[in-house]
Structure formats: C-alpha cells, structure tokens
Design a protein around this ligand. Structure first.
Ligand code: ADP
Ligand code: ZN
Ligand code: MG
Length: 474
C-alpha cells in the first residue's frame, strides 16, 4: 500500500539584535560563560522585563517578507516548565495572539515549484545552554533572553527534500531581511521536525512524531528520511504509532523515543502580567514594510533589467546576499561596468571564497579596491592577465591596485612603436613558425602572440599585438 508522508516544521531563529529581549544585556555568543547576564535575564524575583522594540520590528518585517497578516494586537504568555537552562521556571512566549499569522514561502524541488503555507510567527525568549562534562554539568545563561522567532509551517511538506528546500529558502529570506546572523554552527537557526505517514488518499493525517536535536539542515533531511521509513515500516507490520517526541541521534542515524504524549507537559499558558499587550498601528507596520530590503528574486530581475546582466550571472550573484552586496559595491566603483564586475566576482572572488569558506563581507580585497582594478583594465592601463596578478598581490599583501601596478612596473604597453619593435623581433626570430602561419596553420599565430607577450614581460596590450601581428604577417 502506498503511503504519503507529511512534515511540518517549527523553526527557531535567533534575531540579530544588539541586546536581549527583556533587558539591556548584550547578545554575543562569543563571550565567556555567564558574563552577559543581569537580574532580569536570570529571572530574579522582583525584576521586570521591558520588551525590545527592535525584536518586534524584526519579527514583523520577517512576517511581511513571508506575506503574513500582522497582528496589530499581540501579547506574551508564560509557558510553565522546569529545566535548568530556564532560569524562571517559565518561558515567555506568545500563545494565542502571535505577532504574525498565515503567510507562505515558495520552494523549488527538482525543478518543480510549490508554495508552503505558514501558520504563524511568534516572538519568544531563548533559554540558556547546558554543557555536560565528565561527572558535572554547567549552564551558561548568556543565551537566555536572546530574542527568538518561532516560524511554524502548516503540515504542508511531503518529503525530506521539501523540508530541506523550505529551510534553505527560509534562510535566504532571513539573510536578505537582515534579521538574523543565520550562522547554523552557532545555533542561530534550529528546527523541530514533525513527521507523520498516512495511507495515500486518506482524509486524515497520521499520528505525528516530533523530532528534536538536529544541528544542520542536512541533519533535518536525514532525520526526516529515517523517520518516514520507520513509520511506514510500523504501519506495514501493524505496529501502532503513538504521538511522541523523538530524539535524532546523528552518529547512529536513528531517532529514539524521548517522551510520549502521556507524559507531555502541562504548560499552563497564561498572559504574562509583567508585560503590556503589544499594540501596533497600521502606519507603523506600513513604515516597516516601506523599509524592507530588496528580496533575491527582485534583485535578480533588477540585475538583468538595470545592469544588463545575463540571467545566469544574475542568478549566481543573488544566491548569497553577501556576494550580491559585494558585487553591487564593485559595480558602483567601476562606473557601472556591470559585466566586467560580474566576471570578476563570479570567477576570482567566488573561487577564493569557496576555497577559504569565508563570507563575502569579510573578503580581504575591498569591493572598492576591486572596482579600481577593473577600471584599470577597462581603461587599458593594465591587461587582463596582469590584473589577475595584481589581484593575487592584493589578496596576499593588501594594498591599492594603482600602487601595486606602479611599484611592479606592470603598466600595459600600448605604445604602438614599442609594440612594433617586439613584433618585428619575434617575426625575425621565428621564420619557420611564420611560414606555418602563412601556410594556413592558425595555431602558429597563438605561438607568436605568446612570444611577444613574453618579450614584453606580460605587459603588452594583447589586442594591439594581435592586430599588429596579423597586419605585419599579411
Ligand atoms: P502541537 O499542538 O502538538 O504543538 P501543532 O498543531 O501546534 O501541534 O503543530 C506543530 C507542528 O506540527 C506544525 O508545524 C504542524 O504543521 C505540524 N503537524 C501537526 N500535525 C501534523 C501531522 N499529523 N503530521 C505532520 N506534521 C504535523
Ligand atoms: Zn539581562
Ligand atoms: Mg503547537
């Protein structure tokens, strides 16, 4: 009997605000443990939370990017539970009046497009981080109180590939929106996966298992694939499935039961009496909408229509928001020479970035400096192959392209009498190659060209050399 898997994702995204959601403590994952804490985020009795407006803006803007309806009235609730990484015995979250409702995200799997419906986005606080050492445990509360958005999909995904595509597309929106650092290794995006399987054509969904503890999108893909197989096997053998929470064991590649519905928590949600109801005006929401950054698809179209880039280039450049921003700064520094800028970014810059794994915003050569280098080629101050050498020098030693070219004496020779001298010499020294060329061997021209470049120590203007060679050999 064929089965249809169903997946719903609950994705937690740490916002990149400067300070925490209820207090002025710094949000910084690189600090020493328990240094960014205060009575508020430590939940001391009598301390009072004050909502960070920046966190509200970023959540609402994410909602706008995903086409959500923004709740003009919204509130925070206490979710009661005890766990050592949660200093207050409750987490402040949003229960029945979240900031954003509905929404959708388009994904593409194997060339097929599909719209995934979003249920809601709410704003809550992150908890601390437990570390289990040999014979002891420690808790770092630096993370407690980091603003966290939870983005919940409808049960709308039907394969591990769709789940993976959704997360990839979501990450791109979050990056473009500038609302999160989106660093997966640092846990900026964490996701729980709900999986069920039903007989094909069934009106009702199957019993779901919620899977936790994946650290990467690849992990989500593997966990979903495993869980779908496990549930199908259970259905085929008549083993009843129970609603439960399961844990992904990445090393073993399996999910194991953590707790069943029977011992699920009673969270006793109730409105937090220390926090006021959030009231937004239409005007405020519209102002935030007007302030939204350009999204990848719009940017891609603009790169084609405004900068005249080929579709391929535009697609490659917008795939990573930092590369897109870098490219735009390069274009601005090349007097609008977009195609030349695109060639340099897509080949030289992206090659170095993919080798080093660093992001374009930290690239060693500034966009302004690369722009100047490209202009020097366009203005024929240096030729293309020397420009690549300048690029290497800038990469290794830094510096401005003009200075490097001057110091190394790499200014292109475009003076025709000097070039004529080189060409005449090469023709005189290579009579048999000249005969080959005259006899119709096209490749001979490349050889002669190479000899002239060598003679000029790579500085000759190649276009002029080629013309001169053809002219003098005719
Ligand atoms: P709960 O009340 O257990 O938290 P929700 O209805 O809030 O469940 O849904 C949580 C997540 O689980 C959502 O992303 C939703 O799409 C997904 N989900 C709900 N039911 C199913 C199901 N039967 N199969 C797969 N995913 C589901
Ligand atoms: Zn604090
Ligand atoms: Mg729920």
């Amino acid at each position: 009997m064929p089965y249809l898997p169903t997946i719903g994702l609950e994705t937690h995204v740490q916002l990149n605000t400067q300070t925490k959601i209820w207090c002025g403590c710094k949000v910084d994952s690189s600090s020493e443990p328990n240094t960014n804490i205060c009575p508020v985020c430590m939940g001391y009795p009598g301390s009072l939370p004050v909502l960070n407006a920046e966190a509200v803006r970023k959540t609402v803007q994410t909602g706008l990017l995903l086409g959500c309806k923004i709740g003009l009235r919204s509130k925070h609730d206490r979710k009661s539970y005890f766990y050592p990484d949660m200093p207050k015995n409750y987490q402040i979250t949003q229960f029945d009046e979240p900031l954003c409702l509905g929404g959708s995200l388009e994904i593409e799997v194997n060339g097929k497009k599909k719209v995934v419906q979003i249920n809601r986005i709410h704003l809550e606080e992150d908890v601390g981080k437990s570390t289990h050492l040999r014979g002891a445990s420690g808790v770092d509360y630096n993370r407690a109180g980091t603003p966290l958005m939870e983005i919940v999909t409808e049960p709308d995904l039907h394969s591990e590939d769709e789940a993976f595509a959704y997360l990839t597309a979501l990450k791109r929106i979050l990056e473009y929106g500038g609302v999160s650092h989106c660093n997966l290794e640092r846990g900026n995006i964490r996701c729980d996966v709900n999986v069920s399987v039903a007989e094909e054509g069934s009106e009702v969904l199957g019993t779901k298992a919620e899977i936790k503890n994946m650290n990467t999108f690849r992990g989500v893909h593997r966990a979903a694939a495993y869980e779908i197989k496990r549930q199908i096997r259970a259905l085929e053998t008549g083993t009843p499935l129970i609603q439960e929470t399961r844990r992904w064991e990445d090393d073993q590649g399996v999910t194991t039961s953590m707790r069943s519905k029977e011992d699920a928590h009673d969270y006793r949600y109730f409105p937090d009496p220390d926090l006021a109801v959030i009231r937004l005006t239409e005007a405020q929401v519209e102002a935030w909408r007007a302030d939204l950054p350009e999204l990848p698809e719009a940017k891609r179209k603009r790169f084609m229509s405004e900068l005249g880039l080929p579709e391929y280039d535009a697609g490659v450049l917008v795939a990573d928001v930092e590369v897109a921003h870098y490219f735009e700064t390069v274009v601005a520094a090349t007097e609008g020479n977009a195609k030349a800028a695109s060639n340099w970014v897509m080949t030289e810059v992206m090659r170095v970035l993919s080798e080093s794994g660093e992001s374009a915003s930290r690239f060693k050569i500034s966009a302004a400096a690369l722009g100047k280098l490209i202009l020097m080629v366009e203005k024929k101050t240096i030729n293309n192959s020397k420009a690549k050498e300048v690029f290497s020098v800038m990469l290794e030693e830094g510096g401005e392209p003009e200075t490097i070219v001057k110091e190394k004496g790499w200014v292109q020779v475009s003076d025709s009498s000097a070039l004529e001298g080189f060409v005449t010499q090469v023709i005189a020294e290579n009579p048999s190659v000249v005969d080959d060329y005259r006899g119709g061997k096209g490749a001979a021209l490349q050889f002669l060209m190479g000899q002239v470049m060598k003679l000029s120590r790579g500085k000759a203007n190649p276009k002029m050399v080629l013309e001169l060679l053809k002219e003098m050999l005719a």
